[in-house]
Design a protein around this ligand. Sequence first.
Ligand SMILES: NC(=O)C1=CN([C@@H]2O[C@H](COP(=O)(O)OP(=O)(O)OC[C@H]3O[C@@H](n4cnc5c(N)ncnc54)[C@H](O)[C@@H]3O)[C@@H](O)[C@H]2O)C=CC1
Length: 467
Amino acid sequence: MAQAILDVMPGASTGTVQVSDPLNFWAGKRVEPRQQKNAEPVFEPATGDCFFLLGSRWEKREKIAKLEVINNGKSITEALVDIDIAWQCIEYYAGLAGALAGQHVQLPGGAFAYTRREPLGVCVGIGAWNYPFQIAAWKSAPALACGNAMVFKPSPFTPVTAVILAEIYKEAGVPDGLFCVVQGGAETGTILCQHPKVAKVSFTGSVPTGKKVMEMSAKGVKQVTLELGGKSPLIIFKDCDLENAVRGALMANFLTQGQVCCNGTRVFVQKDIMPQFLEEVVKRTKAILVGDPLLDSTRMGALINKPHLEKVLGFVSQAKLQGARVLCGGERFVPSDPKLVNGYFMSPCVLDNCRDDMTCVKEEIFGPVMSVLPFDTEEEVVQRANNTTFGLASGVFTRDISRAHRVAENLEAGTCFINNYNISPVEVPFGGYKMSGFGRENGQVTIEYYSQLKTVVVEMGDVDNYF
Ligand SMILES: NC(=O)C1=CN([C@@H]2O[C@H](COP(=O)(O)OP(=O)(O)OC[C@H]3O[C@@H](n4cnc5c(N)ncnc54)[C@H](O)[C@@H]3O)[C@@H](O)[C@H]2O)C=CC1
């Protein structure tokens, strides 16, 4: 298998990166794992060196989180959670590896059949830039646990921490070639999707790229998992616990600067409680501390890059033109720290006066912009919530248990959070309906997306011969 994976991408091996995208700052550099123990992590864009070194689990957690902040711009508080989710994921699938099992089926005459769960072969993982380390873990852990090899391509905007994961696997004894990181953009992704020795592609990214990945994979009859975008509804009924609903709305919109695929960016609020909800949500949004993501006190870091910041600000301008009211934020934010003045920061935004036909309500913004929409009845809100081509996640806040489950059943989405939002424990499957994709990550079910069943039929008597 190790040889097969090296055939897929010559030059790739565990912990060693062959860079193919001249646009990213790793171009032409090789990243090698360093052998010394207990040294500090070094990140040197000028030389292209990145070293992650041995240490205790907790030291590593901090080091990887810092690199993830540099990689992505999210706050250190969130990055630490991402690293925790990643190691929990790897431990979970490492535990499941020993529990993979087939089925025994008794047949007439003493014959029987059994099924074996076998690996697919070389799997490709292609990641987005919003959760670079976590996505690499979510894809590689089940892939390796099922006996596959994986070639992982991070986003060229966040090339750093997938390499760290490769170093960790190597340190843990994963044979060379079983998990490879290949850097690059669309061209590299295309090569991987089209390669005849690749058995499966697991993709996280936008809908347009997901369609291309599916098309390319279809030509080689490769299995595909697509984790794509969303425009998820969060429905807040008047009988909710308002304090928790407000917290839920903030969690549904502002993690990772709002660059989260499953964010509940269409916040439907029952009219009776709209004034109280808006007052509280705006007060707390204004209090979000934006700035240096490496500081413990910071709650919102920088967006991924300048074009993306401009795109998000453009959505806010367009929303205003279409009649939305900006209750707070929605502007470029310049921190007082002189070294941060050119950063891609923006103030988190709450939009009121929204209608279902506005661009900010229909399209995925992928930034810290919450659109609030009033509603009257359950029937009406469920119909409006489902009126989208996406179907990744959804949420409902209510104290009425029957209503909560009825709404969860009727929402067309891969996940429905009841009285919470954006929690993704590794034990729980995650994935989309409709154009948000298919296949699942996390949970036991994901082993079905990284393995195939072989049926073995055993005859215990003579062969029936019709000829
Ligand atoms: N459902 C989910 O789990 C998640 C979905 N997303 C979605 O991802 C999007 C943002 O991420 P981006 O990185 O901007 O998405 P993107 O689609 O531009 O890129 C995603 C990855 O695909 C690669 N790629 C680009 N063109 C390719 C091609 N022709 N063939 C193969 N690979 C190619 C990129 O280099 C990158 O690694 C948002 O729409 C968001 O909703 C992001 C995170 C999680």
